[in-house]
Design a protein around this ligand. Structure first.
Ligand SMILES: Nc1ncnc2c1ncn2[C@@H]1O[C@H](COP(=O)(O)OP(=O)(O)OP(=O)(O)O)[C@@H](O)[C@H]1O
Length: 255
């Protein structure tokens, strides 16, 4: 579960998030959509505190931090909250000098003090989940983009986080490879993985998300089911955004 309230994030004087309120129920998937620069990545990064908001409260699972209070939260509190989520980026960012299973196992060994044997056994299970166990001893450079992203998903899940955060998980991939990743995400969603993802892929949002949130200029304009947002949005800005994309991406739209 994720609960964000009053999230304000500024870069210098420029506001990127202007008091965002958002809840993602346990076991559900929320897709963040919106124009480039609207704040989607920043919002994801505020959930796992890669970016620290100036104001607001972030709750993930049972851990919560308020940034409205003084003194500022301790490093330990930040570390605890950070461990509640795993993150997948647009660029897979696998460690090039480690093979696939080592990539997945790394944080378990170095951060959580698991033995390498235990960590690799657990990592192999996760690689099975994303259909990559057969490449466990392969180097990242020898994998397709879709395969690398599937390994990145396994790595993000290694420490059994409460939520999976995905920042444009398919946008660096051509459609065929993107489809492999979408399949994995769909399976994880069906198993009840709580997910918050930023995406320009409306088809992905429509097929996987229980809730679609339209973010623009650092503010949530509208949220609702995919059906609602894509077929009968109420806010004029959502209507404008969705209609442009429907023409270009969703000609054969049907949900
Ligand atoms: N590290 C940073 N330093 C300064 N400004 C930043 C930084 N990160 C993001 N911004 C600004 O914050 C705003 C929101 O950016 P963000 O990357 O969150 O948007 P986005 O919706 O994810 O865009 P895209 O769809 O293009 O990835 C933009 O104006 C961006 O320029």
């Amino acid at each position: 579960m994720i609960c964000l309230s009053g999230i304000v994030k500024r870069f210098g004087d420029a506001p990127a998030l202007k008091g965002v309120e958002l809840s993602v129920a346990e076991g559900s998937v929320t897709a963040l959509i919106g124009p480039s620069g609207s704040g989607k990545s920043t919002l994801l990064r505020c959930v796992n505190l890669l970016e620290v908001p100036q104001q607001g409260r972030v709750q993930v699972g049972d851990e919560a931090i308020s940034f409205d209070d003084t003194p500022r939260p301790s490093r330990e509190a930040i570390r605890r909250l950070r461990r509640q989520s795993g993150m997948v980026f647009q660029s897979f960012q696998l460690f090039p000098h480690q093979n696939v299973v080592q990539n997945v196992a790394e944080s378990l060994v170095t951060v959580l003090d698991w033995t390498r044997e235990e960590a690799e056994a657990h990592s192999l299970d996760l690689l099975k989940k994303v259909g990559m166990a057969h490449k466990a001893r392969e180097w990242p450079a020898n994998l397709s983009g879709g395969q690398q992203q599937r390994v990145a998903i396994a790595r993000a899940l290694a420490a059994s986080p409460k939520v999976l955060l995905c920042d444009e998980p398919t946008s660096a991939l051509d459609p065929e490879l993107a489809a492999e990743v979408v399949d994995v995400l769909r399976r994880l969603a069906a198993e009840g993985t709580t997910m918050l993802m930023a995406t320009h892929d409306l088809r992905l949002a429509a097929t996987i998300a229980h809730q679609v949130v339209f973010l623009e200029d650092g503010e949530i304009r509208e949220s609702g089911s995919a059906q609602h947002i894509f077929t009968q949005p109420k806010h004029p800005r959502t209507q404008a955004f969705v209609s442009t994309l429907r023409e270009t991406v969703l000609e054969d739209w049907s949900i």
